[in-house]
Ligand binder design. Structure first.
Ligand code: ADP
Ligand code: MG
Length: 796
């Protein structure tokens, strides 16, 4: 009832007015569970009713059985009463015979049975009364109320039902057994009645016989005897009936036992029913409480719902108000916007017209723009052409100026480098430095030889402390000119141990000119990469005993020949000389390493061998100016010459002597060539040695040559130092220009001549110290140079 009420409240009109987006899922859930509970309750009510019906049917069955039993007992009582009457009658008829005694016993027994029967009846009555009391029990009436609670106790009810069914089954079995016992009792009673009837009949017959015998005394005696005999039979029959009675009593006792058990079972089932009822009552109470709580919660939720609805309503009202206000604002805005819209429409129409006309306009504009651009491009092109022409002219001019500068400076330059005293120089007075320098002039050095100081002037002198870096700074201009297409030769000249290899190759941590030059070439090439394409390639060769060998080739021991190009250009080339294309300093290092390995494997004593051979690193730089198409080829020849010491003089023999002769010859030939070049002689004896012949292209024309004369400062080497410096000075002192052309007769001194030209004579006056050059001519040349400012003379 209360549930329905609650459900009804949920379905009230207020819920319908709730906004669709705000449902109450909790309430819906509770309503659904309530409906479910209701259904469960109804189902349990039906089950309880069915149980009650079953209980009632069983009770009615029990009543019917007890009624039947009562009837049977009644019958038994009637039978007994009749028996007693019959026995009394027989006793009165027969007097105090044995049969009568037996009969008395039977009667007494019957009386006892009757008493027991009465007690039994009383018990039955009591049982019935209890049953009636149980039927009228208020608990059963209360069942209807309690049944609601059963929804939570389905399992217990089920168990109870099962128990009840079991009990019913037992009761049924016992009822059946009772019926059987009653049936047997009935049978025995019937038998007994028949027996009594038979006995009474026989008694009657006997009495009649006795009467007739009394009438006939003879017969009487016989009859008495017969009666006596028959009375013995009667006694036997009585005994039988007694045993029968005994049996029946036992049966009754058993029946009583069964009845007692049934009563006990009935009591226990009643107890179980009472317990179940108590549980049902408890569950009902709980249900009631839960229902009460639920109602309260529902009430609270209802209140909340109402409150929420009210809040939402008020909020909606406020929002509505705001919307109305907005609407009013929008309306006014619309009114004000209308003229603007009109102007916008007008603008839009005009824009539409413009858009329609735009392609035409665009085409026209494009046409004129194209024409303008074409014109501009044409102008730029012509300007470019003009600029290119000017650039080429400038390039030529620059080259011309450069050549002029080189010519003025002298395209053959001579530097001197003095290495520091090393521990190889030993100790003592011999290891003391014999070389001193001029603090004001970096082109002058003084050598103390045999107690006399001899001064020399070169283009530049590097003292022992000069670093590889400083040396390279002075030669880098030559290296870069190779990129511009000039051929360059850098020679390291000097006695063995004077530092030629150190200057050219250097060490891995402090590289010399070779590596630095290539590094510079790479960086220069990169900086010009925007306009120029460059390719750098290298060859490594050596000349030993006038034999040219390729140190990068597969057969380093093979002797190579220098030949004229078959194209008739007059250029020289070395067939079979390997040329490696290099892209980086790493490539160069690999090439050096390879060349070094080849040199090492080819000789037993590298130091010895290297000092007796000329080592050449030939770098070719080919360039292409992408804008002009101009092609340049420059060659950089870096030569570590063989030791210039005078071996031949020390009386060497055999191969050692041959080596010395070759070296002497080739160094003299180099001196001759340089001299011929500087003095602009018509004939330059390039072919006098393999070295000069190989370097012909790089020594002639507008090529540039640097002679780095290496000297050891140690006192013990002063003779060799003197020779080297004389060689250097002579190379340098050869005059340039028109006058020098006249000096064609002047020939280069041989190594022997250099040796002979020892201090004592005026070493400062180069021309006079040169045996082949007439002193008058030398003086005139010097005078000429002095006036032109091209030669600086060191004061004597
Ligand atoms: P060369 O090649 O002329 O026979 P080296 O270059 O082999 O002579 O030099 C001989 C020794 O002198 C080497 O040990 C070298 O390291 C050292 N040396 C030469 N020049 C210098 C220098 N400028 N600074 C330091 N050590 C030098
Ligand atoms: Mg060397």
């Amino acid at each position: 009832m209360s549930l329905e009420k609650a459900g009804g409240r949920f379905c009230s009109g207020k819920r319908a007015s709730l906004p669709a987006q705000r449902p109450f899922p909790v309430i819906q859930k509770v309503v659904a569970s309530m409906a479910h509970l209701q259904e469960e309750k109804l189902r349990l009510q039906e089950e309880v009713l069915a149980l009650q019906e079953k209980l009632a049917a069983r009770e009615s069955e029990e009543i019917a059985v007890s009624v039947q039993l009562r009837g049977q007992v009644e019958n038994l009582k009637v039978n007994l009463r009749e028996q007693a009457q019959e026995i009394g009658r027989l006793r009165s008829e027969m007097g105090g015979t044995d049969a009568e005694k037996h009969r008395d016993l039977l009667v007494a027994e019957n009386e006892r049975l009757r008493q027991e029967m009465k007690a039994h009846e009383g018990e039955l009555r009591e049982l019935r009364r209890q049953q009636a009391a149980c039927q009228d029990c208020t608990h059963l009436q209360e069942n209807a109320g309690l049944q609601e609670r059963l929804c939570q106790l389905q399992r217990e009810a089920e168990e109870a039902r099962v128990k009840l069914v079991e009990l019913e089954l037992e009761v049924q079995q016992k009822t059946n057994r009772l019926a059987e016992v009653e049936l047997r009792l009935k049978d025995s009673l019937a038998e007994r009645a028949q027996e009594e009837e038979r006995l009474s009949r026989r008694l009657r017959d006997s009495q009649e016989t006795i009467a007739s015998l009394r009438a006939q005394p003879q017969q009487i005696k016989y009859i008495i005897k017969t009666v006596e005999v028959e009375s013995a039979k009667a006694k036997q029959a009585l005994c039988e009936s007694q045993s029968r009675n005994q049996y029946l009593q036992e049966q009754v006792g058993m029946q009583r036992q069964v009845l007692k058990e049934m009563e006990q079972q009935l009591q226990s089932s009643q107890k179980t029913a009472a317990q179940l009822r108590a549980q049902i009552a408890m569950y009902e109470l709980e249900l009631e409480r839960a229902h009460g709580q639920m109602l309260e919660e529902m009430q609270v939720m209802e209140d909340e719902k109402n409150r929420a609805i009210e809040e939402a309503f008020s909020r909606a009202q406020v929002e509505m108000k705001a919307v109305h206000e907005n609407l009013a604002g929008v309306r006014t805005n619309l009114l004000t916007l209308q003229p603007a819209l009109r102007t916008l429409t007008h603008d839009y129409n005009s824009l539409k017209r413009q858009v329609r006309d735009f392609p035409l306009l665009l085409q026209e504009t494009l046409r004129s723009a194209r024409a303008e651009i074409g014109q501009a491009i044409e102008e730029v092109n012509s300007t470019n052409r003009e600029l290119l022409r000017k650039y080429r002219r400038e390039l030529q001019l620059r080259k011309k100026c450069h050549n002029e500068l080189v010519r003025l400076k002298g395209n053959i330059r001579v530097f001197g480098r003095v290495r520091p005293i090393t521990k190889e120089d030993g100790e003592g007075p011999e290891a003391v430095s014999a070389v001193t320098f001029d603090a004001d002039d970096d082109a002058v050095l003084h050598l103390l030889h045999k107690g006399k100081q001899v001064s020399f002037e070169l283009d530049k002198v590097f003292p022992p402390q000069a670093s590889q870096e400083e040396v390279f700074q002075e030669v880098q201009a030559l290296v870069t000119s190779c990129i511009d297409g000039y051929n360059v030769c850098i020679f390291a000249y000097g006695q063995t141990g004077a530092g030629k290899t150190y200057t050219m190759e250097g060490t891995s941590t402090n590289p010399g000119i070779n590596q630095r030059a290539l590094q510079l070439l790479f960086s220069e090439v990169q900086s010009k990469a925007a306009d120029w394409d460059y390719a750098i390639s290298v060859s490594v060769a050596e000349i030993y005993n006038e034999a040219l060998r390729d140190l990068l080739g597969k057969e380093p021991q093979e002797k190579l020949e220098i030949k004229l190009c078959p194209d008739g250009s007059g250029q020289l080339y070395v067939p079979g000389l390997t040329e490696f294309s290099v892209q980086s300093v790493e490539d160069i290092n690999k090439v050096f390493e390879f060349g070094h390995v080849n040199r090492v494997t080819e000789c037993t004593n590298l130091n010895e061998h290297s000092s007796r051979s000329h080592a050449l690193l030939i770098v070719t730089v080919r360039g292409l100016d992408r804008s002009t198409g101009l092609r340049t080829t420059g060659k950089l020849n870096l030569v570590d010459l063989a030791g210039s010491e005078r071996v031949g003089r020390s009386g060497a023999e055999g191969s050692r002597l041959r080596e010395a002769q070759y070296i002497n010859r080739s160094l003299s030939a180099l001196g001759d060539v340089i001299y011929a070049l500087r003095s602009r002689q018509g004939h330059v004896p390039f072919r006098n040695s393999k070295l000069t012949y190989l370097l012909q292209d790089s020594l002639s024309g507008d090529s540039k040559t640097l002679m780095m004369v290496q000297v050891s400062p140690a006192e013990k080497n002063s003779s060799e130092t003197l020779c080297s410096l004389k060689f250097a000075e002579r190379v340098r002192s050869v005059e340039l220009g028109p006058v020098s052309r006249k000096a064609e007769l002047v020939s280069w001194p041989s190594q022997e001549q250099l040796e002979g030209d020892l201090p004592g004579s005026s070493s400062r006056s180069h021309a006079s110290s040169s045996p082949g050059l007439p002193s008058s001519r030398a003086t005139s040349i010097r005078r000429k140079l002095q006036t032109s400012g091209k030669l600086r003379l060191v004061p004597v």
